[in-house]
Design a protein around this ligand. Structure first.
Ligand code: CP
Length: 308
């Protein structure tokens, strides 16, 4: 069996293009499984996985849980609210207590960048980063690139614009790493205050004008304004942001070209994306969600083959 070059999935930065290709080929197989009447396979029958979420989630959490159940793993779920974290327990103590119950793999979301990397240095279980602060969200980037590959046959050579709050986005950074490793051209677009100062050093184009970004790209991956991570005001008002950076169907139609609209969710409808754009034929947003289950099955399956 082919194996990943890593024991944990902490970030796309650590993956080789061959790792990504292996994840995609494995996800192709699981996507076929998910189209069957009986969508379950016994691949992880002897594996126990804990989903440890210290931050809110809908898609990622449900998608991981479904992926684990489709693979026949035993699953336990932990969320910080309602746990003993509220009584002052440390991250390491919390996770070590979960591991004492003979858990093999941890899927973790945490508000602090580097939290899963810290854990990986202290525990034996395989760790999957389900989003760490403003740092990385590797399975989101994998499912995004997998969805572009599904739409166009390949990612190499495609022009992808990531539009919105790049500064606070872990989705943006993981997407940049994934898309560049797969040979896409990448542009970031947003208000100057929401673009990291040295972003062009990652080999991406920078554009402040959303119409120019849309005119350039094959695919626009639209991000929400992440108010929960903003420490200060980066633009005068949401209304003004929508005026200059909001994407609606009228704007898309005026480009007179084929364009694919993606969004990792949750969408703030009427802010970064209007409903008529989010629900238009340009949008593959729900395909992304569907592909997320196959991608997460692939990641868990490949990492589980390395369980100590
Ligand atoms: N895309 C994403 O991470 O969504 P959730 O925050 O709902 O998991």
């Amino acid at each position: 069996m082919q194996q990943l070059s890593v024991r944990h999935l902490l970030g796309i930065k650590d993956l080789t293009p061959a790792d990504i290709a292996l994840i995609f080929e494995t996800a192709d197989n699981f996507k076929e499984v998910l189209s069957r009447t009986i969508k379950k396979v016994p691949s992880l029958r002897d594996i126990t996985i804990a989903n440890v979420f210290f931050e809110n989630s809908t898609r990622t959490r449900l998608s991981f849980e479904l992926a684990e159940k489709r693979l026949s793993a035993d699953v336990i779920n932990f969320s910080a609210s309602g746990s003993s974290v509220k009584k002052g327990e440390t991250l390491l103590d919390t996770v070590n207590n979960i591991l004492a119950m003979k858990v093999d793999m941890i899927v973790m979301r945490h508000a602090s960048a580097g939290a899963p990397h810290f854990l990986s240095r202290h525990i034996k279980a395989n760790i999957v980063n389900a989003g760490d602060g403003t740092h990385e969200h590797p399975t989101q980037a994998l499912l995004d690139s997998f969805s572009i590959r599904e739409r166009y046959g390949e990612v190499a050579g495609k022009k992808v614009a990531i539009i919105g709050d790049i500064l606070h986005s872990r989705v943006a950074l993981s997407n940049i790493f994934a898309l560049k490793k797969l040979g896409a051209e990448v542009m970031v677009c947003g208000p100057i205050t929401l673009l990291p100062r040295y972003i062009s050093e990652l080999g991406v184009k920078v554009e402040l004008d959303v119409r120019k970004a849309l005119a350039w790209c094959d695919v626009a991956n639209v991000l929400r304004i992440q108010l929960e991570r903003q420490q200060m005001k980066y633009f005068p008002s949401l209304r003004e942001y929508t005026l200059y950076y909001g994407i609606d169907k009228k704007l898309l139609d005026s480009l007179n070209k084929e364009i694919t609209i993606m969004h990792p969710g949750p969408i703030n409808r009427g802010v970064e994306l209007s409903s008529d754009a989010a629900d238009s034929h340009h949008s593959i947003i729900l395909n992304q969600v569907e592909n997320g289950v196959a991608i997460r099955m692939a990641v868990l399956y490949l990492l589980a083959s390395q369980v100590a």
